[in-house]
Design a protein around this ligand. Sequence first.
Ligand SMILES: O=C(CO)COP(=O)(O)O
Length: 214
Amino acid sequence: MFILVNLKAYPCDPVEIATAANTVAESSGVRIAVAAQAAHLERVSETGVETWAQHVSPNGHGSFTGSTLAEAVADAGAVGTLINHSENRRKLADIDGSIEAAERVGLETCVCANNPEQTAAVAALSPDSVAVEPPELIGGDVSVSSADPDIVKDAVSAAAAVNEDVDVFCGAGVSTGDDVVSAGELGATGVLLASGVAKADDPKAVLEDLVSGL
Ligand SMILES: O=C(CO)COP(=O)(O)O
């Protein structure tokens, strides 16, 4: 299982969390990555943790003020990027363009989707993975894998019917090792989570618990 921690715009210390994630990844052998604000990518990647961006723009170099250039993200040390999110909704054509921009510089791609239908739609664009996250469960205390297990199972089959090479992760409310294990039992190959780590008093202890059942 892959554990992908999205720091969003939470008022956490990205370097402290990245350092903890790197330590736990090394001691457990579990793949853990941290998706940080673009302005923090370089400092996060200097910790040695697998570093992801939270989005990249569909454009390349040029007159595109305010864009998050895939080339710049890769140059700052990111090896992957989230694309689209319930909190940062993009049109399908822009998602397609962002996947192409990421692939141009070798970034791994994970497109977020709200439900199995959107999972199928974005799987057709052949990202490396799709993360299904029901918006109503994001930021809550109950994991998608226990609150709505069918959405995970349905997203896994929906993606496989379109493109068997696309991995499916799940997210929303994931915060414990049990949540990660049950996500795996439902067919997800990774989890995408945020508040459970970014808002924790002791992020390292949460990360240790997340990998404890793997
Ligand atoms: O939106 C999410 C990750 O991208 C999930 O957020 P929470 O883990 O806070 O529910």
